[in-house]
Design a protein around this ligand. Sequence first.
Ligand SMILES: *[C@@H]1O[C@H](CO)[C@@H](O)[C@H](O)[C@H]1NC(C)=O
Ligand SMILES: *[C@@H]1O[C@H](CO)[C@@H](O)[C@H](O)[C@H]1NC(C)=O
Ligand SMILES: [Cu+2]
Length: 690
Amino acid sequence: MKHDFTTLAVKASICSGREDKLTMVPCFTIFTIIFLLPLSAIASPQQNYHPLNSLSLFELQRVQTILKAQIPHKNLSLHYVGLDESNKPLVLSWLSSRSSSSSSSSTVPPRLAYIIARADGRTREITVDLSANSITSNKIYHGHGYPILSIQEQEAANSLPQTYAPFIASVQKRGLKLEHVLCESSTVGWYGETRENKRVVKVVCYYLDGTVNFFMRPIEGIVVTVDLDVMKIVGYLDRMRVPVPKSEGTDYRESNTRPLYDSHINGFRMFQPDGPSFSIDGQEVRWADWKFHVSFDMRAGLIISLATVYDHEKGEHRSVMYRGFVSEVFVPYMDLSEGWYFRTFLDSGEYGFGLCAVELQPLRDCPENAKFMDGYFTNQDGTPGKQKNVICIFERYAGNVMWRHTETGIAGEKIREVRPEVSLVVRMVSAVGNYDYIIDWEFKQTGIIEVNVGLSGILEVRGSAYTHKDQIQNTEAYGTLLAENTIGSRHDHFLSFYLDLDVDGHTNSFVKNTLKTTRASNMVLPRKSYWTVVRETAEKESDARIQLGSSAAELLIVNPSKKTKMGNEVGYRLIPRSPAGPLLSDNDYPQIRGAFTKYNVWVTPYNKSEKWAGGQFADQNRGDDGLAVWSLRNRKIEKKDIVLWYTVGFHHVPCQEDFPVMPTLSNGFELRPSNFFEYNPVLKTKPPKQ
Ligand SMILES: *[C@@H]1O[C@H](CO)[C@@H](O)[C@H](O)[C@H]1NC(C)=O
Ligand SMILES: *[C@@H]1O[C@H](CO)[C@@H](O)[C@H](O)[C@H]1NC(C)=O
Ligand SMILES: [Cu+2]
């Protein structure tokens, strides 16, 4: 056991915080390595062609082959490979010609790959045309910030301390054994430096010995700075000597949580006698009146595209959302000690939300009736890898009511009408180091899309001398004492969702309906006040930056050129669940980088290259790219193709129940039709068979 952990310690990376690790499989072996195929084998026409399909295994393979043949750099390391999606008009015209089946005139959008690579200490952006087998663009990026860290370089960095004499001495001084030490790479952020920083990470270490929950056993005070480009230790700090928290009570594996209390939950089944009611054709999903496309990206993870809902009255598929995904995840810690201040993560842009996505476990992560999809990405050397079962899709019947009424007001008649709610869930889980993010897109028959973010996994804790809260007097502990020597650090999670809604077409406007208290002027009746709706349509981006919570408002994306028979503009409403905004000061460096959190809601005109709310090159960026910067252009957004951005936020003050592993904490939002349909769209819907 101990020996296996040693191997494990060397191989771990931020995104290998997955189950495979516990079975002693180093992270990169979970990628199925694909053997070289001759180009002819992949030149065959694709099945289920769709311009928004994720790059397939074959396409990723072809990218590697083309790069090898056409870029002379020996040490080209790939940090991102993904679909360079076709322009929206091209995709839409392809789509309409497909559905009108007049395939003769349709232009098939090309398949392009966008690659971010490092070579000779510089970042390159490369575009590959997969049908022409050619590189169409290859340029050096001169701006600030660095690409996603590859898993392989994190592994290499994490293993460096093991052979570094000062580190070995620090471990020995603490009476610890090197073979139980495991390290992780932390990105470092930016703190106002004007000189270009090297591409460095700060490696922090943990202790296993008797548990797999090493995150609960930090070796506090040691920070090893590693330059990733030369893969060398360039800084070393050993500041503090506090005990490593005990291993007792930290393990979370069922086999190690003894005794197992029996709270008498019987078994259950999700049984659909007639099978599931959704179908998957390539990456397109159909369920009830919904139709949408599911794809997977190394950076964004799960992407939902082209969501349309069939309107039975109109007899047509009506568009709701062109594209939706998690654009960035900002997690700043509120601990200003030397070993902690830099922990201000942009999880998506630094580690890859998709790269960290894990294999879902049937019957545990997703119910019995789920279907699974695989995801593909590339290793640093360009070799494609597969993440099995990275997305699951299932119908949910949770015993909820879709609509109902019992009428007792008519003498002699008892009227009771109830429709159970059945929905379709698309799920991905990204385990970025210690944290597990569960992302659900839930489609409902009522036309609602509900997005839920669940946080689980393990807290990032700080080792401490304290063993009781009473010892912490007048000092800043930066967190909650969760167990002896274990402080759960305060922090936030902000997930920015990119929501390119196309409500019944792509010419949309953003409307804010403020509910305003009004004094009654009519003195005849005894009431003194009521509220009314003040409707404002945003003309420019500045009109659509909204901090929620201070006043009651309804936020809508409407199509001003489409009205219901009653004359209301068709729309979709954003219903945030529990909004949270930043508490850092505006001029604090992490906040400058995470400035997209300043407002809960933003609206921008559609621009293909404006995808990543925290900037395209997030690692060590300076806040000079990203949503907050684009929005400063204050472009017109009225009657335009617009993108809605909503940030789901959590302020996390840890409590003892978060130890040693956190019960899922949820937040999210709903996109709900508002005057989109002429009447309740599920009034005439047949209930499911009993
Ligand atoms: C390429 O990488 C190898 C192994 O990592 C290293 O020995 C070599 O010096 C590198 N070459 C260049 C040109 O950086
Ligand atoms: C699209 O966005 C990028 C980045 O903000 C900007 O440089 C470019 O000018 C924009 N294009 C248009 C047509 O606005
Ligand atoms: Cu948290």
